[in-house]
Each structure stands twice: as structure tokens, then as C-alpha cells.
Design a protein around this ligand. Structure first.
Ligand code: FES
Length: 257
């Protein structure tokens, strides 16, 4: 009965807090055109607010750093088992609110904590304490965290590094082990495939994309660029098979008739 009373009393407008409402909803509120909430809508409403972040979700710097140190230490233990040639190189800094953070030095496989900005790293990842707190509290996987894109990445030189991403997005040792094993496999294989452009240009090229191993047998080839079917990396056959935006490359052999 109590629920019925709640349903009768609540006016349903939109499943969002006021500052996220669009102008037409705000207009509706002002003109007082409201509908009664249905039980289905109420359920949705409650679900939404359950997930709505409140101030309690904010962890202290110490808690966040402790979590990161623990996560990265475990990741480094797994990384030590990976062949040296295929490990990420240089330094990666994880920066919270531009204030505190950790730097991983992949060359000596250690972690340094610091509390001043201006870390000299090739890769800098900046995130708000609010976002990382939420990720920690929800027990979100690293892959989901990275898919949120709610952070800022800076890299110098501006070159995508598959090995670093693999390290970052793995959430447990078996994931990382599997990822690096696959990376090693498809980067070291001399497996080739043949592509023919519409105008009849024929090449043989590496079978697997150096990014994440997509089969380039299904790549498109316009006579100059081999375009990976998965994420669209473009390898220029007039530049030795180099990808146009990073230093990765595939082996290319032009087949003359
Ligand atoms: S596998 Fe990602 S672009 Fe090729």
C-alpha cells in the first residue's frame, strides 16, 4: 500500500537530475505539464539514482594511490614474465587531479610515487579523483575504465603503443599473459597474405595487423593503403608498410606480373 501511495504522489518528469535536463524538459517543468509515474518508470528512476554518484564515492588520495600501487605492482609482476623485447618502454604517469600520482618506469620495472606535478614521462594519464574513485568503488575492470574515455592522455612522441595499452587494460594476470602471448605470436609470425586492389595491383603483406592481430586477409587495399578491417590502421605500401600515424609497420612485397 505504501508503494501505491508513493506512486500516486510522485510526478514523473525525466530520469535525470535537473542540471542534465534538456531545455524542452525544463520548459515542461515550468509549464507544469507533468505525468504521473508508472511503476515501471519508478523502477527505472530508482535504478538511475542508485548509480548516481554522491560525495561519499570520493576516496582520499591515500586510498586511491594505495589501490593504484597495488594494481600496478601486480601488473608488473606479470609483465616481468614477458619477453623483454615485447614489453612497453619508457615512463608512464598516472596523475590524479593534477596533484598526486604514480610513475611506472618500464625500463627498470619500478613504481615511484610523487606529489608534485611536472613528471617527465612519455605517457601521462590524467584523471579526476571522482572518476577513479567511482571505478574503484564499483570494482570496474580496467578495460571498462579505459573505454569510458573520461580522462586525458598525453604522449610524446605521439605514438600509439599496443604493449602499453595491453598492460593498462588487463585486469588480471591471465588476461595480460594471454594478451602478450598473442602479441608475440602475431608479431613474430612470418605468415603472409595476398591482396589485390580493384585496378589489379597485387601485393603480399603480413597476415596479422600489429595493433591487435586482426587478419589482414580481410583488409581493404586501394593500390596504396592496406586498411585493417578492425580499427582501420592504414599501412602505406609506398612507405615500406608503415602505418600512417604511428611507427608500426607490416611487411610488404609487391608482386609484379
Ligand atoms: S587490429 Fe586494430 S587496427 Fe588492426
Amino acid at each position: 500500500m505504501a508503494n501505491k501511495k508513493i506512486l500516486e504522489d510522485i510526478k514523473f518528469l525525466e530520469l535525470k537530475p535537473l542540471n542534465e535536463l534538456c531545455s524542452s524538459s525544463i520548459k515542461k517543468i515550468k509549464s507544469n505539464v507533468c505525468e504521473k509515474v508508472t511503476s515501471k518508470q519508478l523502477k527505472k528512476y530508482i535504478e538511475y539514482y542508485k548509480n548516481f554518484e554522491d560525495e561519499d564515492a570520493l576516496l582520499s588520495d591515500e586510498e586511491i594511490l594505495k589501490f593504484l600501487r597495488n594494481e600496478f605492482s601486480n601488473k608488473l609482476i606479470s609483465l616481468k614474465k614477458v619477453c623483454k623485447d615485447i614489453r612497453p618502454k619508457g615512463k608512464f604517469s598516472f596523475v590524479i587531479d593534477n596533484r598526486v600520482g604514480l610513475t611506472i618506469n618500464f625500463d627498470i620495472l619500478n613504481i615511484e610515487q610523487w606529489s608534485v606535478s611536472g613528471q617527465k614521462s612519455n605517457y601521462i594519464h590524467k584523471v579526476s579523483s571522482k572518476h577513479i574513485s567511482k571505478m574503484i568503488r564499483k570494482g570496474e575492470t580496467w578495460e571498462n575504465y579505459y573505454l569510458s574515455m573520461d580522462f586525458l592522455n598525453e604522449r610524446s612522441p605521439d605514438i600509439y603503443d599496443t604493449k602499453l595499452m595491453l598492460f593498462l587494460i588487463s585486469s588480471d594476470p591471465s588476461e595480460m599473459e594471454f594478451g602478450f602471448k598473442k602479441l608475440e605470436e602475431f608479431r613474430s609470425t612470418d605468415n603472409m597474405t595476398t591482396l589485390i586492389s580493384k585496378d589489379g595491383k597485387k601485393i603480399r603483406c603480413s597476415r596479422f595487423c600489429p595493433h591487435a592481430g586482426a587478419d589482414l586477409t580481410n583488409a581493404s587495399f586501394d593500390g596504396r593503403y592496406v586498411v585493417c578491417p578492425r580499427r582501420g590502421w592504414r599501412f602505406d605500401i609506398e612507405n615500406n608498410g608503415k602505418e600512417i600515424q604511428n611507427n608500426e609497420k607490416i611487411t610488404i612485397e609487391i608482386i609484379e606480373d
